[in-house]
Write a protein that binds this ligand. Structure first.
Ligand code: ADP
Length: 509
């Protein structure tokens, strides 16, 4: 401290006290001062922190070669002056934040606190105070403000509803997308429980999800799909995810909600188109199988006509042979039943069909399609071997569409076997194996195998090697299996032919 400025205005202090005061001031993160409340505040005492703060030495300031106001930022000096003056006039302490331009030209933010401590005989007020560098704090504050504005802009321009709630589920904020989705203004819904955004029938599911979000877990919480409910009680499908916001002390949650209405409509459209295409494919397949089907129906019809004639003969005898007549009628009925079953299967396959999944006995499903496939196999002189695990479980599927896929794979396999010149009586296997989660269905043929050239586009529409092929069978089959949550896999067998397989989800026992 410049000794020449010391005694004039300080209260007298002893040497020891003075040293302690000096040490104390040195350790302060800033500068203590005493000045006159005149223009630009001439200072007659500043502590050591002065150099670090503004780049001027103590003696330069204390000798008043430079005044504090000389490097107070010109944009702010008037405001600082006004505040200091008004505090000095009222004898109150003052606090100001302003920028200075340090000796090296660097701008700094400083915080100053001071008060009037005395008055000279000419009436000029003497101020004492402390000034410290708050540039870092200001920078952090500015970064925080920017980050908050940035986050706010993201939330407000988000296409999804972004809602924040407290740990009781009370809504705290509701972005623009949430307002458009649910029809509530932000101030209107604030404070309501977030559950009220779900349709009443989904309240329990919603509450369970909210509770799970509040339980600490390492497993990331998945989103849930449910029906939302808007201000006018309209229900619509939504997907919702919830996550805790890291906040000091209080627990808060952010909920993201996406409206699935458009997605559901698009999915329905795709499903309807797939159903139409699958129907056309079934008609086409059955058209191609017409010769075999005619044969399949002709056989029981011929037998029916035979048994009817024998029956008549037994009846017309002078001594009607009722036992034999009964026998003939029994067989006739069996054949009529067989023909009826073929026609019924045809009808089922040709009927337009809206896809839906049901609980189906896998064995029955496979037996039925085996019988229909046999119609074609007989014409080609091949045999379809049905190889089923014992006690096949029930599966969840659309039976008509799954039978269509299997028939398609069987016919492709037999076609490939014909191209491979397989001998009459050659076998194609329709196999079903039980796994813990699925019934795995495979069609194993003895044909040419899938050519390398075709491998990559096998499931693409219109990919065919057949002269009269449409190349739609596998692509339709793939989309049917995809709608069952699976996919068709294929491999060329080690020796000959190819295996196509897919899984159907097991129904719980
Ligand atoms: P298409 O039968 O009308 O050709 P698909 O989509 O059912 O249409 O089959 C596409 C192509 O895939 C067939 O033309 C054939 O070359 C090949 N393919 C299908 N299944 C087999 C198979 N089991 N073995 C060898 N190639 C096959």
């Amino acid at each position: 401290m410049a000794k020449n400025s010391q005694p004039a205005m300080c209260s007298p202090v002893s040497g020891g006290d003075y040293d302690r005061l000096e040490t104390l001031l040195k350790n302060l993160p800033g500068m203590a001062y005493r000045c006159l409340n005149l223009k630009h505040w001439p200072m007659d005492f500043v502590s050591d922190g002065c150099y670090e703060l503004c780049g001027y030495q103590r003696h330069e300031i204390e000798s008043q070669q430079v005044l504090w106001g000389d490097f107070t930022h010109p944009d702010m000096i008037d405001e600082v002056d006004r505040k200091v003056r008004s505090a000095a006039d009222s004898g109150q302490p003052f606090e100001v934040e302003y920028r200075i331009i340090a000796r090296n030209g660097q701008e700094k933010w400083v915080w100053e606190r001071g008060r009037a401590v005395d008055r000279r005989s000419d009436g000029v007020v003497i101020l004492e105070g402390f000034i410290t560098d708050i540039t870092d704090r200001k920078r952090t504050e500015a970064a925080l403000v920017r980050a908050e504005a940035y986050a706010q802009a993201i939330v407000e321009s988000a296409l999804d509803a972004v809602i924040s709630v407290d740990d009781q589920g009370a809504i705290e904020s509701f972005n623009q997308a949430a307002s458009s989705m649910f029809g509530y203004r932000s101030d209107e819904i604030r404070g309501h429980h977030c559950r009220s955004l779900a349709a009443t029938s989904f309240y329990r599911e919603f509450d369970r999800h909210f509770q799970r979000s509040q339980t600490p877990t390492k497993i990331p919480l998945t989103s849930i799909e449910l029906n939302g409910c808007d201000k006018h009680d309209n229900e619509f499908p939504i997907v919702l995810s919830m996550r805790e916001i890291l906040d000091v002390g209080e627990k808060k949650y952010v909920i993201l909600i996406r409206d699935l209405t458009q997605q559901r409509l698009a999915e329905r459209e795709v499903r309807e188109q797939r159903d139409v295409l699958a129907h056309v494919d079934r008609l086409n397949t059955l058209g191609e199988m017409a010769a075999g089907i005619a044969h399949e129906i002709n056989q029981p019809l011929t037998a029916i006509s035979m048994y009817a004639q024998s029956g008549l003969r037994f009846l017309r005898r002078p001594q009607p042979q009722l036992r034999r007549l009964e026998d003939a009628l029994e067989k006739l009925s069996q054949q009529a039943h067989r023909a009826g079953a073929v026609i019924e299967r045809m009808q089922e396959m040709t009927r337009p069909h809206q896809s839906h999944q049901e609980d189906v006995a896998a064995e029955h499903l496979l037996q039925e399609i085996h019988d229909l496939g046999e119609v074609e196999a007989q014409i080609r002189n091949f045999i379809i071997v049905l190889r089923l695990d014992d006690d096949l479980p029930r599966v969840k599927c659309d039976p008509i569409q799954i039978q269509q896929v299997i028939l398609n794979l069987l016919r492709n396999g037999m076609e490939s076997m014909r191209a491979n010149h397989c001998k009459p009586g050659s076998k194609i296997v329709l196999q079903a194996r039980t796994t813990p989660t699925q019934v795995r269905i495979s069609i194993i043929d003895g044909g040419l195998g899938v050519s390398r050239k075709l491998e990559k586009q096998l499931f693409q529409p219109f990919a065919t090697t057949k002269a009269s092929g449409m190349g739609l069978g596998l692509s339709i089959s793939r989309s049917i299996i995809a709608a069952h949550g699976g996919q068709i896999e294929f491999n060329n067998n080690k020796t000959v032919g190819a295996t196509f397989s897919f899984g159907l989800p097991r129904q719980p026992d």
